[in-house]
Each structure stands twice: as structure tokens, then as C-alpha cells.
Design a protein around this ligand. Structure first.
Ligand code: HAM
Length: 472
């Protein structure tokens, strides 16, 4: 076989999204955008400003903040970097003296979360000089190399918020939680359950003392626990409380509880947070086993679950992290925040049959056809025939778009029958029919596709008519 023929026979590889990543298609991004816009609106009313931090940072930033021993840092980060200069020189053929001069480049990691980055930015931009506290929120992709399953991805999205600086008044903890709950309420998320706990602070008369007692109690029952929990007794005994293994639940129920070992200040802080939540009408459940998987937490921790998610049902996690900014080289700074798993939030909304809230003219359910076709909420399909009509159609599309309507303008002339069929397929609300007659009369035909009715309008009347319809 000739080389050419052989090449022809080889089928090009079909690429697929990498395991644990996925495409979000227009039929879904409507809801994603709605969720994100609601976050901008709700968080804005609580005085939060948006921050955008890089997708990758120094590996060390995450190791120091989240903790080198945590699953996130020790197993799940996408880390790269190294000898960039080396490969550049090899490519350029400039190898002399290379080994002696070569400096390893700093390793970098795709961000597995954004709290560390926000604290880094707070320090880097001297935000402690601003009126305190500084209230920031963010949204965007995060990366963790976890085993993919429903609601768990390797590239997932978070919407998070952090309050940095100022005091650690319990009212701040409560307001941050109130803000997430208000956001979920606005989205009509179903089956929302807020769990809270206090994990005290790192001192002998508080968490450290408790962890010693916990470890001693765990050592006694070690043989009855599975391999993961056995390992955690050594690396991080608190995480044993997180275990979902069925056979371990009865044993865990007998372990000492942190609430009985908090120091006076932490106990008072926790009691005040609960009181502040009650004053805000926020319902919560105390969960002494809620310890969270990242090292930077102290005192208040919380998690929110929602319905329809199976085992990965946490839609939000957060807590207080007063020592973190200092740990990263900044001044002593109080901090508290949360992150919502946006993928899970969307899944839960979809499972409960939530469409984008009614009243959104562009994405009302009637336009589902359009959504499925990938063209969202086409308002006007411009069906034109003839050279003069073409010029008018271009002008009409420009004016309608300027007025905020979504317009589909076919690039080539089509018979009206075909054009109307196409408009229907796209789920357009109206077809604007422009032929020679319409152009010479200066009267344009507007067809309402839902009921097939037609009416003629002058150009300004048409715009006015559509505006009035949109306002209904
Ligand atoms: P986290 O609990 O690791 O906390 O993550 C927060 C939320 O992100 C989880 O509750 C979950 O909804 C979502 N999430 C985490 N991993 C995945 C995944 N592989 N796939 C889909 N969703 C996922 C943090 O990240 C902290 N930075 C939160 C925080 C902010 N604490 C204080 N400030």
C-alpha cells in the first residue's frame, strides 16, 4: 500500500475530555450564569467585592496553608514546573556551563481551593491598610485529583467568600453563614441542612489537649477500625471523626467530644455564634464530628448539605482560620470564609427540577427548544429574501440587537418556508419577514411563532411593539 493510501486509512484520533473534567453546554450554562449572577447580587448586598486570583500558585503556598499531610496537598494536587530554563537551553542548543548555572524553577500547582490565594493577595496588596474587615468573594475552577463520581470532579467550580481582618466577633461568623443561606434561599435550593461545630484553637487547654485524649481513646479501639482510620490515628486523629465507614460508626459515637474540651474563650465564642445565628433566624444542627479536611481551621466550622446529591452531598464548607495570614508572613489577622461547590449546587437544583427563575424572558421554559439547539432564547429570526431585503435585514438585526433582543440573521437567502421552519427549530419567538414588498412599502411583517399570527409594522413601531411585549 502506498504511504498516501495508508495515511488515508488511519482514522484520526477522537479526543475526549480528560477523566474528571467535562464540558458545560449552553443548555446548562444558562443555570450556571443564573447562579453566578445571583451570587454577585446577594454577596454585593452584604458588602463583598469580587477578587480574581490566579489558577496556579507556588506549591508551597498550598502546602503551608492547607497542610502538607492533608489528602488535598499530599495526594490530589496537579503540580508541575521544575527546570524550565534547562529545557529552553536544550532547545536552543546552548548547553555550555548549563549545569553549574542552572536554577530549578519553583514548583507550581493548580489551585485546589482559593482561600490560600486570597490570603496571599491580602498580604501582597497590603490590604491590612484598608478599612477592616476586608470582604472578598470569588468564583472559578479548582483542581483536585480525586476519584471522579457523581458530584466529584477533578476540575470543579467553587463560589467562595472570605472576611479578613478586624475582629473575630461571633456576629461575623453568623453573618457569613447567613449570607450563604440567603443565597441558597434565593436560588430555592431544596433540603438545605446547615451543620456547625467549633474545633477550638491549638492549645493544650483546648484542641491540642482534646486531640491527645482522642488519640488515646482511638488507640484502644484501633483493631476495630479500617485501614484508613488506622492510618489517620497517626497522621490526623480528628479526621477519623469524618469516617463514613458503616462498621466504624458505633465506635466513633463513643469517642470523647470536642465540645467538652474547649477552653473558656472558644466555648464562649461558640455559644455566641449560635446565639447570633438564632437572632438571624438561621436554623442549624450541631455536629460534633464536623472537623473539615484542611489544616487552617480553628473555632467555627460549618458544612451545608442539600438534597439529590448522593454521597457527595456537601454543597458548602467553611470556617474560621485566624492564624493563616500570619502563617503566610502577614500580620496577625482574623479570617473566616466558605466555599460552595458550584457543580453540586447546580446538580441539586437540576435534580429538584429547578429551571431558571420565571420572569427571565430569555430563558422561559417555552424556549426549551432553542436551549436544546444551543441557541439560547432567540427573540427574532430575520427571514429575508432579495438583495434589498438583505441590506434591510442587516440594519434591522443591528437595531434590534442594540435594543437588547437576541437576533438570528441567516447568512444566505432562504425561501420563506424554510426560514420559518428554521426559526421554529431554534425556538424563536418571532420571525421578521423581509421581502421586496416589505422593503418598498416600509411595512415589515412580524409573525408570532407560538400562535402563527401576523401583523405589519413600520420600523419604529416594530421596535416599540417588541419592547412592550418584552416588558409583559
Ligand atoms: P472544601 O470543603 O474543601 O473547602 O470545599 C468546599 C466545597 O467544594 C465542598 O463542600 C464541595 O461542595 C466542593 N468540592 C470540593 N471538592 C470537590 C470536587 N472534587 N468536585 C466537586 N466539588 C468539590 C474549601 O475548599 C475551603 N477553601 C473553603 C473555605 C473558604 N474555608 C474558608 N474559606
Amino acid at each position: 500500500m502506498s504511504e498516501g493510501a495508508q495515511k488515508k486509512q488511519e482514522k484520526p484520533r477522537k479526543f475526549q475530555a480528560i477523566r474528571g473534567t467535562r464540558d458545560l453546554l449552553p443548555s446548562e450554562t444558562v443555570l450556571w450564569n443564573h447562579v453566578e449572577q445571583t451570587a454577585h447580587a446577594v454577596f454585593g448586598t452584604f458588602g463583598f467585592g469580587e477578587i480574581r486570583v490566579p489558577i496556579f500558585e507556588s506549591t508551597d503556598l498550598f502546602a503551608r496553608s492547607i497542610g502538607a499531610e492533608t489528602d488535598v496537598v499530599s495526594k490530589e494536587m496537579y503540580t508541575f514546573g521544575g527546570f524550565a530554563e534547562f529545557s529552553e537551553r536544550v532547545r536552543g542548543g546552548r548547553m555550555e556551563g548549563m549545569l553549574s548555572e542552572m536554577q530549578p524553577e519553583e514548583m507550581v500547582s493548580l489551585r485546589p481551593e482559593a482561600t490560600a490565594s486570597v490570603c496571599r493577595a491580602y498580604i501582597e496588596h497590603g490590604m491590612q491598610q484598608l478599612p477592616q474587615p476586608v470582604k472578598l468573594y470569588y468564583m472559578g475552577p479548582m483542581f483536585r485529583r480525586e476519584r471522579p463520581q457523581k458530584g466529584r470532579y477533578r476540575q470543579f467550580y467553587q463560589i467562595g467568600a472570605e472576611v479578613l481582618g478586624g475582629s473575630d466577633a461571633p456576629a461575623i461568623d453568623a453573618e457569613v453563614i447567613e449570607m450563604v443561606m440567603t443565597f441558597f434561599d434565593r436560588l430555592e435550593l431544596q433540603g438545605v441542612q446547615l451543620d456547625i461545630n467549633s474545633i477550638g484553637h491549638s492549645a493544650d487547654n483546648c484542641r491540642r489537649g482534646y486531640v491527645e485524649k482522642l488519640k488515646a481513646a482511638l488507640d484502644k479501639v484501633k483493631d476495630k477500625l479500617g485501614p484508613d482510620s488506622q492510618r489517620r490515628i497517626e497522621t490526623n486523629p480528628l479526621r477519623v471523626l469524618d469516617s463514613k465507614v458503616k462498621d466504624e460508626q458505633d465506635i466513633i459515637a463513643t469517642l470523647p467530644r470536642i465540645a467538652d474540651h474547649l477552653c473558656e474563650e472558644c466555648a464562649a465564642h461558640y455559644a455566641a455564634v449560635k446565639h447570633e445565628l438564632e437572632m438571624r433566624g438561621v436554623f442549624f444542627r450541631e455536629n460534633w464530628r464536623l472537623v473539615r479536611g484542611l489544616d487552617y481551621y480553628m473555632r467555627t466550622t460549618f458544612e451545608i448539605t442539600a438534597q439529590g446529591l448522593g454521597s457527595q452531598n456537601a454543597v458548602c464548607g467553611g470556617g474560621r482560620y485566624d492564624g493563616l495570614v500570619e502563617l503566610l508572613g502577614g500580620p496577625p489577622t482574623k479570617g473566616i470564609g466558605f466555599a460552595i461547590g458550584e457543580d453540586r449546587l447546580i446538580l441539586s437544583l437540576q435534580e429538584s427540577g429547578k429551571e431558571v427563575a420565571s420572569g427571565e424572558w430569555r430563558v422561559a421554559s417555552k424556549e426549551r427548544k432553542g436551549v436544546a439547539s444551543g441557541r439560547l432564547g432567540v427573540d427574532v429570526y430575520v427571514a429575508w429574501m432579495g438583495e434589498r431585503a438583505h441590506a434591510t435585514a442587516i440594519r434591522a438585526a443591528k437595531d434590534l440587537r442594540k435594543a437588547g433582543f437576541s437576533v438570528e440573521l441567516p447568512p444566505v437567502e432562504q425561501k420563506f418556508g424554510k426560514a420559518l421552519g428554521q426559526a421554529d427549530k431554534l425556538g424563536a419567538k418571532y420571525a421578521l419577514i423581509l421581502g421586496d414588498n416589505e422593503v418598498s412599502e416600509g411595512l415589515w411583517t412580524l409573525k408570532t411563532l407560538a400562535d402563527g399570527s401576523q401583523a405589519k409594522f413600520t420600523e419604529p413601531d416594530l421596535l416599540e411593539h417588541l419592547r412592550r411585549q418584552k416588558a409583559l
